[in-house]
Design a protein around this ligand. Structure first.
Ligand code: MYR
Length: 185
């Protein structure tokens, strides 16, 4: 019998990471499939996924701020860059790019070329209209709300609908000034 070569720690961890990523992708797929069965209407599934993402986002921001050491952004442009370069890397393992800024600097697109959520996914014709990754728009909306930014997050392009990339439009609706907790006397 051929001797089994011991694998290095790095190779084992790389393998565990790959398996975790696959498990995550498959679990998300199972959730979407279950929602489609339970809710029947694709529009309802879109809403539910967004709401689930929002509920995750309002909690995930604490972990993000604690782990990333990111300090307050000077403007929305910086916030968008932080989401694309640091946030996506931390939680999805991929980086995104930011483009299509409007003149006011309050609306932009986050472009995602790699998206581990859609590995192994092909949508049947019955799912036309489904925003399969809608959880991501909810995560961004929820996380930003916790740092005083009301946003609207909308899918513009989606590879599962035949586009070349994923494009999320993030529009800043309102920036609520944070109140200083102490009064100056
Ligand atoms: C600040 O000005 O307070 C910093 C704001 C940083 C917001 C970053 C939000 C991270 C959202 C992560 C999204 C990950 C999607 C997979």
């Amino acid at each position: 019998m051929a001797p089994v070569a011991p694998r290095s720690g790095d190779a084992i961890f790389a393998n565990i990471e790959r398996v975790n990523a696959e498990l995550f992708t498959l679990t998300y797929g199972a959730i979407v499939r279950q929602l489609l069965t339970d809710l029947e209407e694709v529009e309802e599934v879109n809403k539910q996924l967004e709401q689930m993402g929002y509920n995750i986002g309002i909690r995930l921001i604490d972990e993000f701020l604690a782990k990333s050491n990111v300090s307050r952004c000077v403007d929305f442009r910086e916030t968008a860059d932080v989401i694309a370069k640091v946030g996506f890397k931390m939680f999805l393992g991929v980086t995104a790019s930011v483009s299509n800024w409007d003149a006011e600097g309050t609306c932009c697109s986050i472009i995602l070329e790699d998206n581990p959520l859609v590995d192994f996914v092909e949508l049947p014709d019955t799912c036309q209209g489904l925003y399969y990754c809608n959880i991501l728009s909810g995560v961004i909306r929820g996380a930003l709300e916790m740092v005083s930014m009301k946003t609207e997050v909308t899918w513009i392009r989606d590879v599962l609908r035949g586009d070349d990339v994923f494009e999320l439009q993030v529009k800043l609706l309102k920036q609520v000034p944070e109140e200083y907790p102490y009064k100056d006397d």
